[in-house]
Design a protein around this ligand. Sequence first.
Ligand SMILES: Cc1cc2nc3c(=O)[nH]c(=O)nc-3n(C[C@H](O)[C@H](O)[C@H](O)COP(=O)(O)O)c2cc1C
Length: 433
Amino acid sequence: MADLSTDFVGIKSPNPFWLASAPPTDKEYNVRRAFEAGWGGVVWKTLGLDPHVVNVNGPRYGVIHGADRRVLGLNNIELITDRPLETNLREIKTIKRDFPDRAMIVSLMVPCEEWAWKEILPKVEETGADAIELNFGCPHGMSERGMGSAVGQVPDYIEMVTRWCKQNTRMPVLVKLTPNITDIRYPARAAHRGGADAVSLINTISSITSVNLDTFSPEPSIDGKGSHGGYCGPAVKPIALNMVAEIARDPETRGLPISGIGGITTWRDAAEFMALGSGSVQVCTAAMTYGFGIIKELTAGLSRWMDEQGHERLSDVVGRAVPNVTDWQYLNLNYVTKAQIDQDLCIKCGRCYAACEDTSHQAIAIKEGRVFEVIDAECVACNLCVDVCPVEDCITMRVLEPGELDERTGRKVAAEYANWTTHPNNPSSQAAE
Ligand SMILES: Cc1cc2nc3c(=O)[nH]c(=O)nc-3n(C[C@H](O)[C@H](O)[C@H](O)COP(=O)(O)O)c2cc1C
């Protein structure tokens, strides 16, 4: 059986699945039930300094549904915890005492002044928590007060606050990054310079999910008015994966531990985040949608896949995909593929034809009896037909062999470029020499 136990910057947990800082981790009742269900750790819902905050009393969530009403994206306008600091601290201490083998990380957001951090850090330390996570991410409510993403968008502030925390606590410091910036590497580098033990990402993406066309109020609507919120859930996973990979392969932050967050719903999602360099993963929307019980499928699926692949421990997986993330100019232009349609699977809906004929390269012919055929001489291998086809595996891409004729260019696939990774004309292989 694969070993799922995790040692992330000295924070130990029986598996890499932590609940992200959010309503599932807002109180003892929830966290106790989460740990009983098998979660490896939690990042406690963000604490601030009292006087505590007041949330809206109308709806705080908006959702983007798929056609089957599955939750694809979740938007929230919730603030940090609205429970008193002392209550939270007492509950954190109790839970850590009762579940010493689980990771207990406490998320913090206080004013961007050193006295505030000096005030809260010893109180958290006293609970026996394993680490703190600095919430430089929330895009709404707190950012207007100079906290959250207002700090996370200014690398100098990130560095300064991280340094204050490192100087004023013995606990490991995770810096949670906001995706609401243009280049994630700059805040990550700043956290690294400030002495962060790790970064966690992503927090939510600024968003308005919809507008009510009867009242013209953005949703969720509070008495006819709406405010931008933070977007998360499966829809944000591709954005999060890219940001994780950018940090993992940046020479200035290479080796900086990453806790991956953003749309993780299945063990597969988690494995992908790990392959791109995440040593632990955090889950929020999936738990809020399906409940704590999903941890069983997450751990069972991950360990079964690791067994099948012969990976004994998580360190065999973490970062394995990072060397395969490259810049566009290093992609092998001699790798040629062509679409092919499995006529036995085709349901003759014609979506591939409509997409290709109207918007792409006119590379699909419609023959008598609604038989669709790829015209190799026109196919640029864009993959759109594969993407729009409603039948899985009906359209696939065939890789041309070295020496085979590409009918579109009239050139044979160059044998000498077959192994592009090590070919001397590949700039990345030259750089490696
Ligand atoms: C309702 C709600 C409240 C949240 N509150 C916090 C918070 O207090 N602190 C924080 O760092 N992140 C907060 N988040 C962001 C999550 O921790 C997480 O970064 C984000 O939801 C992405 O993960 P997911 O796609 O698995 O939901 C919140 C998210 C939601 C949905």
